[in-house]
Each structure stands twice: as structure tokens, then as C-alpha cells.
Design a protein around this ligand. Structure first.
Ligand code: PLP
Length: 394
């Protein structure tokens, strides 16, 4: 197999090179406050080797460079009680809360870590709403790489603490994720290291594609009919499409599933662009911190995929997210963080239009333990304490 970069806008090909981030031609069109121009995708060419691990064969870095950690596979859940309640017999949840650091971001971090190792780069720099940072910190720790993080000061404490536990250098940014994104680019430009910012580093979308390969494998070698994806920057969305596109390219599936991006009402730049055809700027606010972004960095790529393959975008309110989170916990035993539950809220919104036997997969992208303060909004904590059983009866 041969791997090259291809620009998602102009189609130019480039050799894989850690110094290359976005397409040198298209990035000249970059304007302030708009998604990244010239996002590069990895193209796999040649014959799929037989008898080898499917996921590893489709990844552009050989296995010996990966950190000594279990390879992420996610877990496909078949939520029996919820299936019955909704009348959806082939409903699944892809749980990525079980990954080494508890979120979907491990899929990207593993590949970025391996790519850096392959090229002898020992420092990785990034901005994050929280999960990408704590993920890279943990995976960098396993690999023996130095990780420098830029996180908004408002990130849920568990994510900051997790990153510090792993030994990352943490800069708390006096502003939002978008500000952290720019600061981290500035830092890596001056200080060096590999920048792992989402979409900026082509290995992020490429690593995230493994979720589609894992869904394909865990469904016994088929693609689902529909996939629901919580969406902020649109890098997971792009990765989901990329994985199925690879499977199509190598003749393993016949059609692209219908993919639905789910956004929070208060952070729905991709939704607006999907409606109008162009990106505008609006400050975002939502309880689902992991999908709270003003400028969806992978916006152009994500929008193009949605248009090319007939995908769609739905929005859910914060209340619907909080409700969906509690419902998933109590109905399926899966405690996912608010952004993780956004996909679930999207499914609930669309449940009426899904046929009984259609196979639908909802991505649950992070463990609920990462943000308990928001989860508390969906339940009620007992007010008083007790010291004997009589008090319960009385
Ligand atoms: C990052 C993240 C998302 C959204 O991914 P994007 O690539 O930003 O669209 C969703 N859920 C969780 C838990 C995340 O950490």
C-alpha cells in the first residue's frame, strides 16, 4: 500500500511529510474567522493486503511506531431496552468512552503519536476543548513524548486534571477554544514540535476514520444504513466519512451510509453553512463543551462530504442533550459526556423517520465521568443525609 496526501479542495497530491499541514496552494485563500483552507486527506493506493489486520493495513504509519497501548476498537453496544422502546431493532451505540483516556480523541492521538515517532519528533503541541488534550497527554505519556497543551480555562476540571496527571505541560488560555487553537499554532511555529490541532494535522482525521472500520468489523462486515455523529469542528464527521470512503474504495461495502451530524443549537456553524452554503461567524455557547466551537476548523471538508454523499445536520438544545444523557444512562447503562449524548439526542429527534429494521449507529464519544458538573443537571442529588433507616421510612 502507498499513502499520499491529497488536498480536499484542489485535489493536488503531496508526499507524507510532518512539515506539511494544509495545502500550500489552498491555504493562501485562508481568511480570518473561517474554517481551515486546504485540509489534507490521506489517500491509500494499491492492493489491500490479504490476511492482515484491516485497520492497520489502511493506516499510513507501520505498527512498530505505535505507543505500547491497546489499539482502540470502541465497543458496539446493542441497547436492548431502548431498542424495544423506540421500535428500532437494529440500533447500536458505538461507545468510545472505553478508550485508554476515555474519549474518541484517542483514535487521532494514537496515529499522531506514531507519525511523530516515525519521524523522530518528540514534542507534540495542541489546543483542545479538553478531550484531545487529555488524550494526547495520556498517549504521549505511554510513548515517552512531551506534550504541550493549550486549553480554555473553562474546560471541565476533570479534563485539565487528567492531562496534568499524565505529565503534560498545560497552558490555561484566558479565552475560548478558538483562541487556544491560534495560540498553539503560534507556539509550535516558534518552538517547533508536531502540532496536533484538529484538521490542521492530517493524521487527526485519518486516525478518526478507524471508527468506521471498527463499526464495519463489529457489524460482521457490513456498513450501517445511518450514523449519528456529535459535531463541533467536524473532524470526527470527516473521519467517519473517510473510513467508509476507504471501505468503498477497496470494494468492501457498496454504499455510503446516510450520515447525520448533530450539533448543539448554541454552536451550530456547520448547520448554518449546510443550510446557506457558506460559513458565517457567531460566538458559540453550549453545555456540551466538546462541541462548543465558533469556527469549525474542518468545516469545508465536512460540508463537502455532507453535500457529496447526501448527509444532513440536525440541531439539539442543551435541555435535549442533558435529557438524552440521563436517558442513555438509565436506559442502556451507558454514561457518556454531554457531547457524547448530543448524538443520542439527535437520534431521538430523528427516531420517527428511521425504519424498524434499518441499521443505525450512534457515536457516544466520551465517558460521562469527564464532566460530572453538567451531568448533575440531569439528575437530582438527595438534599439530606441519613444516619438510620427509620429516616427513610418516615
Ligand atoms: C471532540 C469531540 C467531539 C466532536 O468532534 P469534532 O471533530 O470537533 O466535531 C464530540 N464528542 C466528544 C466527546 C469530543 O471530545
Amino acid at each position: 500500500m502507498e499513502f499520499r496526501y491529497q488536498c480536499s479542495e484542489c485535489g493536488s497530491f503531496y508526499d507524507l511529510d510532518p512539515a506539511l499541514t494544509t495545502c500550500p496552494l489552498c491555504s493562501r485563500k485562508q481568511k480570518k474567522d473561517e474554517p481551515l483552507r486546504g485540509v489534507l486527506e490521506v489517500r491509500a493506493e494499491g492492493e489491500l493486503p490479504e490476511g492482515e489486520d484491516l485497520v492497520q493495513s489502511l493506516l499510513p504509519v507501520p505498527p512498530e511506531f505505535f505507543p505500547p497501548l491497546p489499539r482502540v476498537k470502541g465497543e458496539l453496544w446493542a441497547p436492548g431496552r431502548i431498542r424495544e422502546e423506540l421500535g428500532l431493532k437494529e440500533l447500536y451505540i458505538m461507545n468510545d468512552g472505553c478508550n485508554p483516556t476515555g474519549s474518541f480523541k484517542d483514535r487521532a492521538s494514537l496515529l499522531v503519536s506514531a507519525f511523530a515517532k516515525q519521524h523522530g519528533i518528540d514534542t507534540i503541541v495542541l489546543a483542545s476543548t479538553g478531550n484531545a488534550g487529555s488524550s494526547m497527554a495520556g498517549i504521549g505519556a505511554a510513548a515517552g513524548q512531551k506534550v504541550v497543551l493549550f486549553l480554555p480555562e473553562t474546560a471541565p476540571p476533570a479534563k485539565l486534571i487528567q492531562a496534568l496527571q499524565y505529565g503534560a505541560t498545560l497552558y490555561k488560555v484566558a479565552g475560548n477554544y478558538d483562541m487556544a487553537y491560534d495560540l498553539s499554532l503560534d507556539y509550535s511555529e516558534r518552538e517547533g514540535g508536531m502540532n496536533r490541532n484538529t484538521a490542521w494535522n492530517p493524521m487527526t482525521m485519518e486516525g478518526k476514520k478507524t471508527v468506521s472500520l471498527d463499526i464495519y468489523r463489529q457489524l460482521g462486515g457490513k456498513a450501517p444504513d445511518r450514523v449519528f455523529v456529535p459535531t463541533g469542528d467536524g473532524c470526527i464527521l470527516g473521519g467517519v466519512y473517510k473510513g467508509f470512503k476507504d471501505l468503498l474504495h477497496f470494494g468492501l461495502i457498496e454504499k455510503m451510509p446516510r450520515i447525520t451530524a448533530v450539533q448543539a443549537e448554541g454552536s451550530n456553524a456547520l448547520y448554518r453553512a449546510w443550510k446557506t452554503g457558506s460559513f458565517d461567524f457567531q460566538p458559540s455557547t453550549t453545555v456540551a463543551d466538546s462541541i462548543s466551537v465558533d469556527i469549525p476548523r474542518n468545516g469545508y471538508t465536512a460540508l463537502k462530504y455532507l453535500q457529496d454523499y447526501g448527509g444532513d445536520v440536525v440541531c439539539v438544545s442543551d435541555d435535549q442533550i442533558i435529557e438524552a444523557q440521563a436517558k442513555l444512562s438509565s436506559g442502556a447503562g451507558l454514561f457518556t459526556e454531554p457531547a457524547g449524548a448530543a448524538g443520542w439526542a439527535g437520534l431521538l429527534k430523528c427516531a420517527g423517520e428511521i425504519e424498524e429494521n434499518e441499521c443505525a449507529v450512534v457515536l457516544a464519544t466520551g465517558s460521562g465521568l469527564k464532566d460530572t458538573a453538567t451531568a448533575l443537571k440531569g439528575v437530582s442529588m438527595p438534599e439530606k443525609t441519613i444516619s438510620n433507616i427509620e429516616e427513610i421510612r418516615g
